[in-house]
Design a protein around this ligand. Structure first.
Ligand code: AMP
Ligand code: MG
Length: 477
């Protein structure tokens, strides 16, 4: 037991979750330790002894006295489901870092719980690797996200589309409370518990609110969600399953399934094979974020009047647009924020789409144009599109007078070379399934430092072959 491990959530009471021990994984082995994260949250002691870490991260031993399976509900694909909860994960406790910040430690893949329904309580290696890497990637891009402290593999198997081996991750996040955690109590008209949960969040996430504390909590969710989704849009990230139980109350990117970074710029891209209506397509994400916040506001309506709810929600759109345009401008090398930037940015995206140019490489290549004034050969296909000349003139006009080298440098620090893209993840997963974890370690390393080109990492910078573009993934995990 570590002194810095707290058990605050566990004290809320049985309505909020069930105390439960994990079910140990068989023949477990540590595949990767996220030392960078351990350092960030002053948790080096947690990972210092690999045998000890493997013990609690595989569920063989307890880290603290009160692991909890948290109860929540949620809207899945627009339909309310009251029967959700941690069906395969346990909150182990909260870790206090050197600044006093608390970090939830959650063991995902910890076995069956009272909320498992028909599930086996496990997570497979494939999806665990994907979740492990995306947290690091988003974090490195400056996008708030849960992360994971380590990855454990096992020989135990479960059935998905095929037989797959199990794994666990130790997920860290400032919060594991979801929009659906509030819906849980609202739809049962259990308003004292609703208030208790809100008080818990206020104490932890907005301890010094200006004005009404419940309004401040909703405002926090609105503004942070808008900020996160604005960044997803600017970086071409498709979450894939934005159900309200996968939305963090503090707006962090959370609970990943069949996510993907765009390959080409395809606004209506859907990464989740099961999402036949395209509800969670890339371009729908901003609207769905607001839909989900409406569901949250509805759940908080016993604590707030109509005007307070509306006041909080109207902050969403301006915040999202501001964040999105700010990020896009940094990527395009546009200093400041001008009224014409929205059109200029959109015209660039339209050119990418028409040219079927790789989304991430095109941004990265654009800094060469700033440096040399010559249109890069790698972007030749874009130059052939109708509308290109007009766009180039407008872009030149907008960037005139800026220091070109400085601008190019800033663009390079905003445009990633290395991302856990679907085709690269497939390679890493296939190797790991054969027991080779080297590719995972490599993709982890470059994902953490996405902006600086390194020749030895060139294989991880390659876009997919045409036939591997825009793969739609299964949501099984
Ligand atoms: P997710 O799609 O991972 O967001 O999960 C949706 C709901 O299904 C949550 O209540 C999960 O705890 C539960 N769930 C997902 N996979 C499993 C599984 N293999 N075993 C038990 N419960 C699961
Ligand atoms: Mg979930």
């Amino acid at each position: 037991m570590f002194e810095s491990l707290q058990q605050h959530f566990a004290q809320l009471g049985p309505e909020f979750g069930r105390p439960l021990k994990p079910t140990a994984l068989g023949s477990a082995r540590l595949v990767h330790i996220n030392h960078a994260l351990a350092e960030d949250i002053d948790a080096q002691a947690l990972v210092a002894e690999p045998q000890q870490l493997l013990g609690w991260a595989s569920g063989q031993q307890l880290l603290g006295p009160s692991p909890i399976a948290m109860k929540y509900s949620g809207h899945q694909f627009g339909v309310f489901n009251p029967e959700l909860g941690d069906g395969r994960g346990l909150l182990l406790g909260e870790w206090r870092d050197g600044d006093g910040q608390l970090w939830d430690l959650h063991l995902k893949g910890a076995g069956r719980t009272p909320y498992s329904r028909f599930g086996d309580g496990r997570a497979v290696l494939r999806s665990s690797i994907r979740e492990y890497l995306i947290g690091e990637s988003l974090n490195a891009l400056g996008i708030a996200s849960s992360r994971a402290l380590c990855l454990v593999a096992s020989d135990d198997t479960v059935m998905r589309e095929q037989v797959e081996t199990c794994a666990t991750i130790v997920r860290t996040a400032r919060s594991h409370i979801r929009f659906g955690s509030f819906e849980e109590f609202f739809y049962q008209r259990r308003y004292p518990e609703l208030r208790q949960l809100a008080d818990y969040c206020i104490e932890r996430y907005c301890p010094k609110p200006e004005g009404d504390p419940y309004a401040a909590l909703l405002q926090l969710a609105v503004v942070n969600t808008a900020d996160t989704i604005g960044r997803w849009q600017a970086y071409g990230f498709n979450h894939g399953v934005m159900n309200t139980d996968n939305m963090s109350i503090i707006g962090d990117s959370f609970d990943f399934g069949p996510y993907a970074f765009l390959d080409d710029y395809q606004a209506d891209f859907v990464c989740n094979h099961s999402d036949t209506q395209g509800r969670y397509s890339f371009e729908q994400q901003p609207a769905i974020g607001l839909w989900n916040l409406n569901a949250l506001a509805h759940a908080l309506s016993p604590l707030l009047n109509r005007e307070q709810l509306q006041q909080a929600l109207i902050a969403y759109q301006p915040k999202l647009i501001e964040t999105y345009q700010g990020c896009l401008n940094r990527r395009l090398g546009l200093m400041g924020l001008e009224p014409e930037d929205a059109e200029l940015g959109q015209a660039w995206l339209d050119l990418l789409a028409a040219a079927k140019a790789d989304f991430h490489h095109s941004f990265r290549q654009l800094s060469h144009y700033q440096r040399s004034g010559q249109w890069p050969k790698a972007l030749a296909a874009i130059a052939q599109q109708s509308g290109f000349q007009a766009w180039r003139e407008a872009y030149q006009g907008r960037t005139q007078g800026q220091d070109r080298d400085l601008c190019a440098e800033q663009m390079d620090s905003a445009n990633p070379i290395y991302l856990p893209r679907t085709h690269l993840l497939q390679q890493v997963i296939e190797a790991a399934q054969q027991g080779d974890y080297q590719p995972l370690a490599q993709l982890y390393a470059c994902t953490r430092q996405p902006f600086k080109a390194r020749p030895e990492w060139s294989a991880w910078a390659q876009p997919p072959a045409t036939q591997d573009k825009g793969i739609c993934l299964s949501c099984s995990s």
